[in-house]
Design a binder for this molecule. Sequence first.
Ligand code: IPM
Ligand code: MG
Length: 369
Amino acid sequence: MANFNLLLLPGDGIGPEVMGQVRRLIDWLNANGDDTFEVQEGLVGGCAYDAHGVSILDETVAAAQVADAVLFGAVGGPKWDDVDYDVRPEAGLLRLRKDLELFANLRPAICFPALADASSLKRELVEGLDILIVRELTGGVYFGEPKTITDIGNGQKRAIDTQVYDTYEIERISRVAFDLARKRRNKVSSSEKRNVMKSGVLWNEVVTQVHRAEYADVELEHVLADNCGMQLVRNPKQFDVIVTDNLFGDMLSDIAAMLTGSLGMLPSASLGAADPKTGKRKSLYEPVHGSAPDIAGQGLANPIAMIGSFAMALRYSLDRVALADRIEAAIAAALAKGLRTADILQDGMTQVSIGEMGDAIIEALGQKD
Ligand code: IPM
Ligand code: MG
C-alpha cells in the first residue's frame, strides 16, 4: 500500500472533460483499491494565460518537479491565436518538458481488435498493430537557438529555427529505445534525414555506435524519415520501436496514431533520466490528441487516451503494473461491448457520451475476473 502524489493539469478545450473521467477513476480507486492517490490540480495553457497572463506559473512547474507523476490534458485553441508567442498555450507544455528534462517521449500505437475497422487503413494492415514511437522531446528544432524572425530590409523578413543535437542527447534516447525493444519484439528503426541534414548524419552515427557497443543483440535498421512516414501507411506492422528526433517524432506519431482508428485512443509518457539514487524518473503523461476546441463542452470527447495515460503512469512511474493491465483490459472490455464515442463510431455500435464511456470503464474495472 502506498500514497501517491499526482499533479493534474487539465488545460484547455476537452482537457478538463477527459481529465474529469480520470478523476472519477481515481476516486473509485481511492474507495476500492489498495493504494491512495492524492491529487493536486493546476492551470496550464490558455486557462493559465487568462488567469495569470502566462501559460504556466513557476509554482505549478515546482509542483510538477516533486509530484510522483504529472497528468496533462491538452492546451490551446483559437481563443488564444493572437497572444504573444512567449505566452501562447503550448509554451506551458514545452516549459514543463524542458524544465523537468523529459527527454524521452513514448507514444505507443496499439490497435484494439474492436477498432480495426475504424482505421482509415484496411483491417488486415492494422489488426494486431503494436508499435512504439520513442520521440526525443527536449532537443532539436523545438528548442534550438537561434529561433528568430528578423527584418532584413526591402520588406523582407527572415525566420530561423535551429535543428541541433549533441551526442549525449542521441545516446540517451537511443538507449531508451533499445531497452524498450528488448522487452518487446527486439527491433529498433531509427529515423532521420541524413541525406539532407547534418543532424541526421550525427543521429545515424551515434545510434549505430550505441547499438554496436551495448545492444548488438537488438535488430537495428535506419529508415529515412520521409520513407518512414510512407512505410507507416504501407505496412505498419513491420515496425516495433521507432526512435526519432523531436520534429519527426511529432509527425510520425500523429500518423501512427491515426492507424489505430482515432487520435482519441492514444496515450503517451514523457520521462526524464533515472535518478541515480532512487531510480525514479520525472514524468508527465498526456494523450496524443489535442484540445479539440470544436467539440469541447459537448460530452463528445473520447476519454480513452487520457485514461490510458493514467494507466501508463501506473506502469512506468508508480510501479503498479497489474493495475495498469487491469485498466487497459477495462478499456478493451468497454469497447468489446460495442460502446463508442463519436470519434470511433461505426455502424452497428452504440454511441455513448464521454461520461458513459467513463462509467463503462469503471464498471469493467470493478468486475471480478
Ligand atoms: C504533441 C503536440 C505538441 C508538440 C504541441 C501542442 C506543442 O503536437 O505533443 O505532439 O508539437 O510537441
Ligand atoms: Mg503533435
